[in-house]
Ligand binder design. Structure first.
Ligand code: ATR
Length: 279
């Protein structure tokens, strides 16, 4: 039996077991996908013990993605560029790390906002770990100039420094001016966005976006975030972030269980029901 896992701290909220469990039963594979909660101080030992543990590999979530990067003996180019590992697997006893978040982001937009990669001017809100994956995908798939806007401007500037001359870092005060030229706006900031529902001031100023602009939120709880609702009210094409979660799971499942699964409407419905039950 092939075994895989997701580890994080905490990890109880992870919906990955639902996704991989759905594919395991759809393919009739005798395998397992378990949640393993590992506190930060134990994470290096946990990753170090994976060769010979019987696991084929697993997913890594907050706060272990950088620890996993350091623990892996081999990294794929995407994980190295993003500076974080979300997928681990073993090759001849060697722990290998990859990052499928950028792939998941791009695959979701390919499905929901076809043509997104023709954008010439992209604005990303936030400069954390999620922003790095989005930035990698946008630079890889498009020719766009990317403006990263962050509350702490130094973090946005550090990201621009790390990702090269197509990227620039900005403070929130520049948002209105930058949105005026944006073809695509991507939000990666999760904290407090739900609270912003009743507080229009906390939302990006969507009225300054051009009419052709597309909007994407990588946050998927709630499925329709205040930002997406505002974008749709303004008549803009908008994509929720659930597909990023679903698509990022595809390459891992294929590596561990040997079959490439598909992101279907049935899978999406399953996860949507779960979000409705336990937001
Ligand atoms: P993630 O992996 O989800 O990106 P992270 O690395 O902790 O998480 O990054 C969180 C991002 O959300 C950061 O860009 C953070 O801004 P700061 O760098 O200024 O902290 C942003 N963020 C979190 N709460 C915010 C808030 N209330 N207002 C604006 N930005 C916020």
């Amino acid at each position: 039996m092939t075994r895989a896992f997701v580890t994080g701290w905490p990890v109880a909220h992870s919906r990955s077991p639902l996704i991989h469990g759905h594919w395991l039963s759809a393919f009739g594979i005798e395998g397992s996908y378990e949640k393993i909660a590992v506190p930060p101080e134990k994470a290096p030992d946990f990753f170090g013990a994976l060769p010979g543990s019987g696991f084929a590999g697993g997913n890594v979530t907050v706060p272990h993605k950088e620890t996993a990067l350091r623990a892996a003996s081999r990294l794929d180019a995407t994980a190295a560029a993003i500076g974080a590992v979300n997928t681990l697997w073993l090759e001849d006893g060697t722990l290998c790390g990859g990052n499928t978040d950028a792939y998941g982001f791009a695959a979701n937009l390919d499905a929901l906002l076809p043509g997104w990669d023709g954008a010439e001017d992209v604005v990303i809100l936030g400069a954390g770990g999620a922003a790095r994956a989005v930035l990698h995908a946008v630079l890889d798939r498009s020719r766009a100039r990317v403006r990263v806007i962050n509350r702490t401007v130094a973090r946005a500037e550090a990201l621009a420094e790390a990702f090269g001359p197509r990227v620039s870092g900005h403070g929130e005060g520049e948002q209105r001016a930058l949105l005026r030229h944006a073809d695509l706006l991507v939000n990666t900031v999760s904290k407090d966005m739900a609270k912003a529902a009743g507080d229009g001031d906390a939302l990006p100023e969507l009225d300054s976006l051009p009419d052709h602009a597309m909007v994407s939120d990588i946050v998927y709880v709630p499925l329709e975030t205040p930002l997406l609702r505002a974008a749709r009210l303004r008549g803009l094409a908008a994509a929720d972030g659930l597909g990023m979660l679903l698509h990022q799971a595809v390459p891992g499942f294929e590596r561990w269980f040997g079959v490439r699964p598909e992101v279907t409407a049935a899978l999406r419905d399953l996860v949507v029901s779960d979000i409705e039950r336990v937001p």
